[in-house]
Design a protein around this ligand. Sequence first.
Ligand SMILES: [Fe+2]
Length: 290
Amino acid sequence: MRDELFFRDEEPAEQCRGALNRRPFRIGHALAGHPLLSLDALAAQAEAGSKRKDGFYFDAGDLAFTDKWGAKPTPNLTVAQIFDQIETVGAWIVLHHLEADPRYKALQDEFGEFFRKSIADPDDAKLLSNPDFQVFISSPRRKTPYHFDEETNFLMQIQGSKTIWICDPLDRDATTEDEIERFYAGQVLTAGNFKPHAEATARRFDLSPGEGVHIPMHAGHWVQNHDAVSVSIALDFEYPRWKYANVYQANYYLRKAGLSPRPPGRSRLFDRPKSAAISGLRAVKNLVRC
Ligand SMILES: [Fe+2]
């Protein structure tokens, strides 16, 4: 599998390493046509995933980039009906935890190893954990609203084509400190807001089978599917909570108290006690639950 993945000439591996989580960059792959990623194979995985906790997500509708998740009611359809109507139902399907099937687990492990060794520098690689392999299946012309994620993401196009706009992850006019703090405080589905100026400053990537893109953590992004059913796969990695999540969570409470907290990464002197405080609070909560 490792030999099937490759970088494009215009994005040499050394440049990608330096750009990880700092800017999006293109990647290439040779997974289009892989038998595990055909619509029939994925329909079977969707059926299995719908019987597991968090294995299958589906919504449908004519969403705008400015909408929030869950803004439209989801039609009551079986998995088989969704796939039967995939051309017209306006679906956005996410398959999670495919590692339940050892064949997909092997694919995930190969991906994880490849990206850790080929893209991340050794220091970053030590921090990347919990590779999570997801499949996105969407109907023709379906939009994915603006949002940002906490994971380091690699999105690869398998079938159909789409356009994704990705903001500079460090542009705090696109994704504000306040939004990131609210995200880590639990407002995961609603924290990010599409800004009118975002389209002018975001980078646009048109993805066809064989093409992919790195989406840095905290980079606002939104997607327009083209005229055919789209299948994409994503590999996410997590950073340890002490590095960003705990500090942002602490900053959420500090901002609520009327302060203007310092963002993570500016001062280890300030970051450490904030992270320790949140870890301590979490430990106490867990003790109370026992
Ligand atoms: Fe995303």
